[in-house]
Unconditional design. Structure first.
Length: 329
């Protein structure tokens, strides 16, 4: 009887390891090092832009902890192929964040520029690219400027944007109680979004109705270039250099990094649902509850073993009871 019980237990153990539901109990082999361990992601700078000096941030990672070397390349409208710029950057123990520094010696001709980073770890390489449209020409200046004081306090400014083939995207309105002022964010009182060859107007209320105010307007294109100033004839207006940031949609030091083994995106990603606490290389598995038929189909050996175990236990109990009764007689 004991031999029968041992046999039944052996069948159950074998069925456990043969059943798909318990396959995760077995240890999985350690994955071998491959090119999927290395990744790099280059941020997308603001485009179009009129800036010639800015940094493009990248993040490189090797999940096996190897040293990673990164080189920066550019391809301008006049380049036949990618050209290396800057020095090679080496990151120990699996990578880090770095920058490709763009200067006026690189960005100096109107057109599209493609920037590329190549990461190398031993014999493995990965790369990523970003494209920037550079434009420093600017739109045409508005015409038909007219200032009206429509009541004791409010001013109406009328104008017509230049017929510049779509370069104009907005008109900014500046106001001051002084005849000499600077057209910047401090004196800007209105921004009108409109295209080329279009009538526009702005109505504003100054802080003090008893004073006389002076106005000026300026057109801008999508790259941030401004036109000449147009305004009241008696004013003298200076301008400041228009600046734009070199990054969009990301937080410094938080670049999206793709998991090379699964294709999922890691880091700070804006989506309709966020997930936190995931480790690089972790896989999310979706499971479904099996039906009764599938349960018997996939686990038949296990269920048979459990049934045999109960039968064996009952048989052993009955056998011992009979033996004890015989000894008492």
């Amino acid at each position: 009887m004991r031999k029968l019980v041992v046999t039944i237990i052996s069948i159950i153990l074998l069925s456990l390891f043969a059943t798909p539901a318990f396959a995760g109990v077995l240890p999985t082999p350690t994955p071998t090092q491959s090119t999927t361990a290395l990744s790099i992601r280059l941020e997308q700078p603001k485009s179009p832009t009129n800036q010639t000096d800015f940094d493009i941030t990248f993040v490189t990672l090797d999940v096996t902890g190897r040293d990673v070397t990164v080189n920066c390349y550019k391809k301008s409208p006049t380049d036949a192929d990618f050209v290396l710029f800057g020095s090679a950057q080496t990151f120990a123990d699996g990578g880090n964040t770095g920058v490709c520094t763009v200067t006026s010696s690189i960005l100096n001709t109107k057109g599209n520029y493609t920037f590329k980073v190549i990461a190398t770890a031993d014999s493995d390489t990965k790369e990523d690219t970003a494209t920037v449209s550079y434009n420093n020409e600017g739109p045409g200046e508005p015409t038909g400027y007219l200032k009206e004081r429509i009541n004791t306090c409010d001013y109406k400014i009328k104008f017509h944007s230049a017929d510049d083939g779509g370069k104009t995207v907005k008109i900014e309105v500046y106001r001051s109680e002084n005849k000499t002022f600077t057209a910047d964010s401090g004196s800007r009182v209105d921004t009108i979004i409109l295209g080329s060859n279009t009538d526009g107007q702005s109505i504003t209320t100054p802080p003090t109705c008893s004073k006389e105010y002076y106005f000026a307007i300026r057109a801008f294109d999508s790259a941030g270039n401004g036109s000449n100033i147009v305004g009241d004839s008696e004013i003298i207006v200076t301008t400041t250099t228009t600046t734009t940031t070199s990054t969009t949609g990301t937080t410094p030091g938080a670049i999206l990094l793709e998991n090379p083994s699964t294709g999922s995106v890691l880091g700070n990603e804006t989506t309709s649902a966020t997930e936190e606490g995931k480790v690089l290389g972790e896989e999310t598995v979706t499971t479904t509850k099996p039906s009764v038929g599938e349960l018997f189909k996939n686990n038949g050996i296990l269920l048979l073993g459990i049934a045999l175990l109960f039968i064996g236990i009952i048989g052993l109990y009955v056998s011992k009871k009979k033996t004890n009764q015989q000894k008492l007689q």
